[in-house]
Design a protein around this ligand. Structure first.
Ligand code: AMP
Ligand code: GLY
Length: 421
């Protein structure tokens, strides 16, 4: 069977790597892929990004199933397009993807269906936004309504910062259409966790839990990034917390979408904030897997992933029980010099060791140039180590990180720290 994975990041490398392990899979195409998927003999890169051209490719090659990694193509309607042509694809429709592509849509949805989240208001007029901030005080959180590649959220610790964020988004038009409307919401304190499930429109299947590390530097210092590392499972999501999140957030979301006439299919990622009293609230929804959460999650998945996806596309996820490696997986992102603002490209990468049962390196911003592996983006690699404890998994990952070299490499030395007793 031939499979297509859409995207080019570490998430897509991990999804394709896992799919290629399935006995029923003949080829996994990755569009457009990266240097790692280019080097892997079981994967084939395809230089296509336009959704209609991808659909033509799928028909011409007889691809049985398409899996979409990033939010961009989902929000642009790639699932609508494929389904209209009778092609099997796993992901949400353009309408369902609004849970991620419009913060205002997501907040109004959560309010309507009683899903716990921060108190908020939506603005397109700067004067009212400034007045709301003055009335509510800091800390306060300002979010661009639309997709802003992870850069549309300002957690303002002071009033000054909050007013500035409003001016940047609404008056200076820094995010274009994505920032023409903003959501201003209550600041929530606590510990974050990534809660990701698969949905077939009706049934829900929870994946292993995980925790991302958004700040660039150790001890959660420095600027926000797309994610500098993740580990799985996240100990804060105890079995009773898991049950509560399913009951209070996930099921009401899936049922609410169905009731609103927009059944959700695909990966649903709830970014949670769990407060000191153990109450989970939804910070955001993503309509896809997380990056870098996917890398440690796929490293732990033991069940045949193609079988799972088949059920997900056929509406029979209730027939699936997932089996996980009991070990902890720690994924450490190695980023380029200058990341996140202006990552340098073109540095030569060497020293990536062969995959072992304890460690695998997924590629993101890499490319092969005449047989040489070079950096080509902000997050370059994600090295995933597996071990019986967080510490042992960290050791596996960091021993490998130290063997890999490219000029200007930056990485955190504390991925998984919340899980270390
Ligand atoms: P989002 O894209 O909405 O998840 O926001 C990105 C990051 O901003 C989150 O992972 C949190 O670290 C932080 N954040 C978002 N909303 C809030 C909030 N209401 N209170 C505190 N931190 C937040
Ligand atoms: N790791 C956060 C995200 O994928 O949005």
């Amino acid at each position: 069977m031939k499979i297509l994975v859409v995207g080019s990041g570490g998430r897509e490398h991990a999804l394709a790597w896992k799919l290629a392990q399935s006995e029923r899979v003949q080829t996994v195409f990755v569009a457009p892929g990266n240097g790692g998927t280019a080097r892997d003999g079981r994967l084939v890169n395809v230089e296509i990004t336009d959704p209609a051209a991808l659909a033509d490719f799928v028909v011409a090659e007889g691809v049985a199933l398409t899996l979409v990694g990033p939010e961009g193509p989902l929000a642009a309607g790639i699932v609508n397009l494929f389904r209209a042509r009778g092609l099997k694809i796993f992901g949400p429709t353009r309408e369902a993807a609004q849970l991620e592509s419009s913060k205002d849509f997501a907040k109004a949805f959560m309010q309507r269906h009683g899903i716990p989240t921060a108190k908020y208001q939506t603005f397109s007029d700067a004067a009212s936004a400034h007045a709301y901030i003055d009335a509510n005080g800091a800390p306060i959180v300002i979010k661009a309504d639309g997709l802003a590649a992870g850069k549309g959220v300002v957690v303002a610790m002071s009033l000054d910062e909050a007013h500035q964020a409003v001016d940047h988004m609404l008056s200076d038009n820094r995010f274009g259409d994505a920032g023409a409307r903003i959501v201003i919401e209550e600041f929530l304190a606590g510990e974050e966790a990534s809660f990701i499930v698969m949905c077939d429109g009706r049934n829900v299947l929870a994946l292993a839990t995980s925790q991302d590390h958004k700040r660039l530097k150790d001890n959660d210092q420095g600027p926000n990034t797309g994610g500098m590392g993740a580990y799985s499972p996240a100990p804060i999501v105890t079995p009773s917390m898991h049950a509560r999140v399913m009951r209070e957030i996930i099921h009401p979301t899936i049922q609410g979408m169905a009731r609103d006439g927009i059944p959700f299919t695909g990966f649903l990622y709830a970014g949670l904030m769990i407060d000191a009293d153990g109450n989970p609230r939804t910070l955001e929804f993503n309509c896809r897997m997380g990056d870098p959460e996917t890398q440690p999650i796929m490293a732990r998945l033991k069940t045949d992933f193609l079988t799972v996806l088949d059920h997900a596309c056929n509406g029979s996820l209730d027939a699936v029980e997932l089996e996980w490696d009991r070990r902890t997986a720690v994924g450490v992102v190695m980023a380029a010099e200058g990341y996140p603002d202006s990552p340098r490209k073109g540095d030569i990468i060497d020293g990536i060791p062969q995959e072992t049962p304890e460690c695998v390196t997924f590629h993101a911003g890499t490319q092969l140039v005449g047989g040489t592996l070079q950096t080509s983006g902000g997050r370059v690699l994600c090295v995933v180590g597996l071990g019986d404890s967080v510490r042992m998994a960290q050791k596996q990952a960091y021993d490998t990180v130290e063997k890999i070299h490219f000029n200007g490499a930056q990485y955190r030395r504390d991925i998984g720290w919340r899980g270390v007793k």
